[in-house]
Design a protein around this ligand. Structure first.
Ligand code: OOG
Ligand code: MG
Length: 262
C-alpha cells in the first residue's frame, strides 16, 4: 500500500459524496500518482463499509471492462470488479431520475444469479455454470464520478467501477438452456438500435467474467456467496442517455427489459 489509512478514508468519503450529491471530480490519481492496486480496492472497500453503515445491503458484484468494445471506448486493457448495493437496483420499466446522476450511460449485460458459493483460485467457466441458478438480461447504468468519464484503472476501481443503477428482468434461463456465447443482443434507444452484439464479446463467454471475479475475490480470501447477483460486463460500448430517453434491451431467447430516463 502506498497511501496512509487516513488518505484512503478521505478519498472514499470524497467519492461516496460525489455519488450521493451527483458531483463530478478529477480522477484521484492526479493528486495521488503513487496509489497502488491495494489502495484502489481499499478505497472501494471503504466506500462499501460507509454504505453498509448507512443501512444499505450488498446484493452482489459487477465485472467491468470485460469486452474489447468497452476497453477500447475507455482506453484501458483489463477487467475490474465492483460491488452492487441494494439501492442501485431499479424496477423494470421504471424511470431513472437523471438529476440524481452525473452523466449516465447504459450497457447491455448478462446477469448471473448464483445458487452456490464460488471461491477461487482456479475457477473456470464450467465451475461458474455449475454454481449458477439462472441467467437473465440486465441493463447497467454507469455513472463515473470522474469528470467526462476520464480515468485510469486504479481510479475507476476506487470509484466502485462507475456503478450507479441497474435493472434486470426479461425471461430468466437455466445456464444449460442457453449458449451464452452466441446469444444475440440489441440495445435500442428511442426505438432505434443503438448497439448490437453477442455474448462472446465478453471474454469469449460471459461466465469467464464471473470466473475471473471468483479468482480475484479468492486472492483476497473472499468468495461469491450463494444468491449473489452479478453483472458480467457490457457486451458493447456504453450508450449515453438523457432525460426523455427510452432504452430497451432485447436478448435472444431471454425476453427484453426497458428503462426510461426522466
Ligand atoms: C467502468 C465500468 C465499466 C462495464 O460493464 O464494462 C462497466 C466505466 O466504463 O465507467 O461497467
Ligand atoms: Mg457494466
Amino acid at each position: 500500500m502506498a497511501l496512509e489509512k487516513h488518505t484512503i478514508e478521505q478519498l472514499a468519503e470524497h467519492l461516496d459524496n460525489c455519488e450521493l450529491q451527483a458531483r463530478d471530480t478529477p480522477k484521484i490519481t492526479d493528486d495521488y500518482p503513487d496509489m497502488d492496486w491495494d489502495d484502489a480496492y481499499a478505497i472501494q472497500d471503504t466506500i462499501r463499509a460507509r454504505k453498509l453503515a448507512r443501512g444499505a445491503r450488498i446484493i452482489g458484484y459487477k465485472a467491468g471492462l470485460t469486452s474489447h468494445a468497452k476497453m477500447k471506448q475507455m482506453g484501458v486493457e483489463s477487467p475490474v470488479f465492483g460491488f452492487l448495493a441494494d439501492y442501485f437496483s431499479v424496477p423494470e420499466g421504471s424511470a431513472v431520475q437523471v438529476s440524481e446522476l452525473i452523466h449516465p450511460k447504459v450497457e447491455p449485460e448478462i446477469a448471473f444469479v448464483m445458487k452456490r458459493a464460488l471461491k477461487g483460485p482456479g475457477c473456470n467457466i464450467a465451475d461458474v455454470l455449475a454454481a449458477t441458478d439462472f441467467v437473465l438480461p440486465g441493463i447497467e447504468v454507469i455513472d463515473s464520478r470522474y469528470r467526462d468519464f476520464k480515468f485510469d484503472l486504479k481510479s475507476v476501481v476506487a470509484d466502485n467501477t462507475s456503478a450507479s443503477r441497474f435493472v434486470v428482468g426479461g425471461q430468466a434461463q437455466r445456464p444449460e438452456s442457453v449458449d451464452l456465447r452466441t446469444v444475440g443482443i440489441v440495445l435500442e434507444k428511442n426505438g432505434q438500435p443503438a448497439a448490437l452484439g453477442a455474448g462472446a464479446a465478453v471474454l469469449g463467454h460471459p461466465a469467464s467474467a464471473i470466473a475471473m471475479l471468483a479468482n480475484h475475490l479468492g486472492k483476497r480470501g473472499e468468495e461469491i456467496p450463494a444468491g449473489a447477483l452479478i453483472l458480467s460486463g457490457g457486451i458493447t460500448e456504453a450508450v449515453a442517455v438523457a432525460p426523455g430517453d427510452n432504452v430497451c434491451l432485447r436478448v435472444q431467447g431471454m425476453g427484453s427489459i426497458t428503462l426510461r430516463f426522466a
